[in-house]
Design a protein around this ligand. Structure first.
Ligand code: GRF
Length: 220
């Protein structure tokens, strides 16, 4: 079986990268990580890539077009078919976003379109919502916008602070991202306007794509 090659962009810790590495360690998983690109040489996630024997590139290029050109060349040379942003903390060049349209995904720690941008968990606490969660979406030029692939809801508890809520959402992220990448790699996603249809999921099952229980056993 030939697996989809993915490129992962990071800036920091790389726990979502680790979740993807762990998923791809199963030979039956339909994607493999071909390359990790960081804009920061000190990003701890680079060490995770090194431990897994994955090719790493640091592109500490301050200009957006400069970063985009170098990243684009590296990704194409590695035969990458999907780029996954995993805690990549810079805004991407518009030309790059257009060139990788519908092959570029991001994970965000809220139920978008609520709470885009920085400190999404703090925003959720300040808004007093009872549920927050995480979203994997195709990337468009405006920050944290684009067609939603999958979401997972997480309860907000009365005694939560930002750290506690963030770590509960992060656990969901680590299940959601490999799940969403799997759907892409299986060719099951079709984007129409701002909506994503998931093929092979009948009506009741489709409604179950988001809650965490469904993520525990993704459809074969
Ligand atoms: C995650 O919360 C992700 O949703 C957001 O940045 C954080 C990255 O964490 N985009 P990590 O580097 O994957 O541990």
């Amino acid at each position: 079986m030939s697996r989809l090659k993915i490129g992962v962009f990071i800036s920091g810790r790389g726990s979502n990268l680790q979740a993807l590495i762990d998923a791809a360690a199963d030979p039956a998983y339909p994607a493999e990580i071909a390359m990790v690109i960081s804009n920061r040489p000190e990003a701890p996630g680079l060490e995770r890539a090194a431990r897994a024997g994955i090719a790493r590139r640091v592109i500490a290029e301050p200009s957006r077009p400069g970063f985009a050109a170098a990243a684009d060349a590296a990704l194409r040379q590695a035969g990458v078919g999907l780029v996954a942003l995993a805690g990549y903390m810079r805004i991407l060049d518009g030309g790059f976003v257009a060139a990788w349209r519908d092959r570029l995904v991001n994970i965000h720690p809220s139920l978008l379109p609520a709470f885009p941008g920085l400190h999404a968990q703090r925003q959720a606490l300040e808004a007093g919502v009872r549920f927050s969660g995480c979203t994997v979406h195709f990337v468009r030029e405006a920050v944290d916008t684009g067609p939603i692939i999958a979401q997972a809801a997480v309860p907000v508890r009365g005694d939560d602070d930002e750290d506690r809520l963030s770590s509960r959402i992060l656990q969901a992220e680590h299940r959601l991202y490999p799940f969403a990448v799997r759907l892409f790699a299986e060719g099951r996603l079709r984007v129409t306007g701002n909506r994503v249809a998931v093929s092979g999921a009948a009506a009741p099952e489709e409604a179950m794509l988001n809650p965490l229980d469904a993520l525990a056993s993704p459809p074969d």
